[in-house]
Design a protein around this ligand. Structure first.
Ligand code: HEC
Ligand code: HEC
Length: 275
């Protein structure tokens, strides 16, 4: 047999095996999900969703830009690979493409800018806020302010927020309010193993494109909005575990967030401290 042919066949076999293993892992994960009692389907939270995105995307250049923004928002490391350092997408925190209530939704957020930003100490634009999430939550680099990626994300958020006749106003801005509690990371470790590791991995590594990492080199950095036990607890209490949203008490959400905060993650690059 000719050598190049042999090599191609071996490569094919390796690929097929790799694919089979990847699919196997997926199946294992998904099977795990169906084992939960009182499995609170995601659909239930959808039924509570008061907001639906506009029914159509306009044509032409604007439509292309909106679609690009949507792709970047949902798969940031793939569609803004030059700028994202983490293997985390905007929609991993701003869930359901930015419309899920109490998951820092971005519907109508454009109208709240320019606004005073405590972290920056001055008034910032929506573009500045997006940069913040790039250099902190994405552990990446700032976008070109006038570049197509920035335009696309702003166009997507603007489109998502477009009012349509008869639609209820958007509810659930920001995160749920949560009391100040004293967390116990030891209890949090047990909660993590029982309720979170099935999707996010025993070592918080997640699974690319399916489940975001929660710590380690591919996660958000320690300057991110999600970094902080109280902030993460508020996110987790309402939104996690993703397939049984709302099952954790505030105390449990604190405990598991404290455990996650004991694990290593990238340091914020101070070169970008003005973002
Ligand atoms: C690791 C989680 C995480 C990721 C990833 C993330 N964000 Fe955020 N983002 C947050 C949190 C948390 C807040 C709210 C921060 C606060 O309240 O201090 C926020 C706030 C925002 C806001 C302002 C919302 C408001 O109500 O004022 C915008 C706009 C935004 N993010 C856009 C993005 C975009 C675009 C991306 C992707 C490039 C992204 N974010 C990625 C966690 C994240
Ligand atoms: C069924 C799978 C699943 C389980 C179980 C689960 N998560 Fe998640 N988690 C996700 C997905 C998917 C996302 C992305 C946002 C979304 O789609 O809701 C996410 C996002 C997150 C985020 C924000 C993204 C980031 O990078 O930080 C945090 C924090 C988080 N989960 C913590 C937890 C904790 C703590 C638990 C256990 C109490 C948990 N998750 C259980 C699937 C899961």
């Amino acid at each position: 047999m000719r050598r190049p042919l042999m090599i191609s066949i071996i490569a094919m076999i390796v690929l097929l095996y790799g694919g089979a293993i990847a699919v196997g892992l997926h199946v294992k994960n998904l099977r795990h999900l169906t084992q939960y009692p009182n499995n609170m389907a995601r659909n239930e939270s959808f039924q509570r969703l008061a907001w639906t995105p506009p029914s159509t995307i306009p044509g032409g250049k604007l439509g292309d830009s909106i679609r690009r923004g949507q792709a970047i928002f949902n798969e940031t490391p793939l569609f803004a690979s030059h700028f994202a350092g983490a293997k985390v997408s905007c929609a991993n925190c701003h869930a359901e493409g930015g419309i899920q209530p109490f998951a820092s939704g971005v519907v109508g957020v454009g109208a709240t800018f320019p606004q005073f930003n405590q972290r920056a100490g001055h008034v910032i634009s929506l573009e500045d806020r997006i940069q913040e999430c790039f250099v902190r939550s994405e552990n990446g680099k700032p976008l070109d302010y006038k570049g197509p990626e920035m335009r696309a994300i702003v166009d997507y958020i603007t489109w998502l927020s477009t009012p349509e006749p008869g639609r209820k106003p958007y509810i659930g801005r920001g995160l749920v309010k949560i009391a100040d509690l004293t967390p116990d990371p030891v209890r949090g470790k047990a909660i993590y193993a029982a309720q979170c590791a099935g999707c996010h991995g025993e070592n918080g590594e997640g699974e690319p494109h399916v489940f975001p990492p929660l710590w380690g080199p591919d996660s958000f950095n320690d300057g991110a909005g999600m970094h902080g036990v109280k902030k993460m607890a508020a996110f987790v209490q309402h939104n996690m575990p993703q397939n049984r949203m709302g099952m954790l008490t505030a105390q449990e959400a604190y405990d598991v967030s404290a455990y996650i905060h004991e694990q290593p993650r990238p340091a914020f690059n101070l070169v970008y401290k003005n973002f």
